[in-house]
Design a protein around this ligand. Structure first.
Ligand SMILES: NC(=O)c1ccc[n+]([C@@H]2O[C@H](COP(=O)([O-])OP(=O)(O)OC[C@H]3O[C@@H](n4cnc5c(N)ncnc54)[C@H](OP(=O)(O)O)[C@@H]3O)[C@@H](O)[C@H]2O)c1
Length: 211
């Protein structure tokens, strides 16, 4: 939480998303390291928080332990856009995008006017050999006055001390918690890396080099 993960969640959500109490925040890759932290920060900011994840266990963890208001499993959904609509009765004000691709297409359809899209990651496209094809969202962004902004966490380097101070206080107060998956053995490092793309992790994927 006090490293790159927390900085990414903090500046992405707060500076680009600019959440207000009562707004609805949807997060893809929500049980990953950044997504889980961003969701907890959004709850601190009194938003309705809906996560999108790839397993029922992750959905249960987000709703039960991390107090997300809802969590949807994109792997079992037959119509993700409709499920997002049901989970977000007042529409989506902020989308924290960690994955891109069809999941993002489904979220964008449900965005409210003046919504903010935080382009943090596009993991579903990282290994794609071809340029991604899909619905072109620009008419929708235009007609609903939605802003979409990409960022790299190091853009905020000068303000890391601010984020560390605020996140430390939230950690001390028990308002936020780290989530980790620890793989044993340096020889399993490649397996752990590849596992990020199949959802093998919950929270930060770590490799313990020696027992
Ligand atoms: N902008 C920046 O400066 C910055 C900084 C750090 C990280 N990032 C990016 O932010 C994103 C989140 O980082 P992180 O460290 O939280 O990631 P992470 O912990 O590695 O989480 C990865 C999760 O993404 C999900 N996923 C993998 N492939 C997917 C696919 N094809 N479609 C949908 N979901 C998929 C998996 O969960 P499921 O089981 O739910 O599928 C996986 O557990 C990454 O894309 C990363 O590259 C950006």
């Amino acid at each position: 939480v006090l490293g790159m993960t927390g900085m990414t969640a903090y500046f992405g959500l707060l500076d680009i998303g600019r959440p207000k109490a009562g707004e609805t925040v949807v997060i893809s890759g929500a049980a990953g390291a950044v997504g889980c932290t961003a969701g907890q920060i959004a709850k601190i900011k009194e938003c309705r928080v809906v996560g999108i994840v790839g397993t029922e266990e992750k959905a249960k963890l987000l709703k039960g332990h991390f107090k997300f208001d809802d969590a949807l499993n994109y792997k079992t959904s037959s119509n993700l856009s409709e499920e997002i609509k049901s989970a977000c009765p007042r529409g989506v004000d902020i989308y924290f995008d960690n994955v891109g691709g069809p999941i993002s297409d489904a979220v964008l359809e449900n965005m409210n006017p003046h919504g903010r899209v935080i382009l943090c990651g596009q993991i579903s496209l990282y290994n794609s050999p071809n340029a991604p094809q899909g619905p072109r969202p620009t008419p929708l962004l235009l007609s609903r006055s939605i802003s979409m902004e990409g960022f790299i966490v190091s853009n905020f380097k000068a303000r890391f001390p601010e984020a560390i101070s605020v996140l430390s206080k939230w950690l001390d107060d028990g308002k936020i918690e780290a989530s980790e998956t620890i793989v044993q053995g340096f020889e399993n490092l490649p397996k752990a890396l590849i596992g990020l793309f199949s959802g093998a992790n919950t929270g930060k994927m770590l490799v313990r080099a020696a027992a």
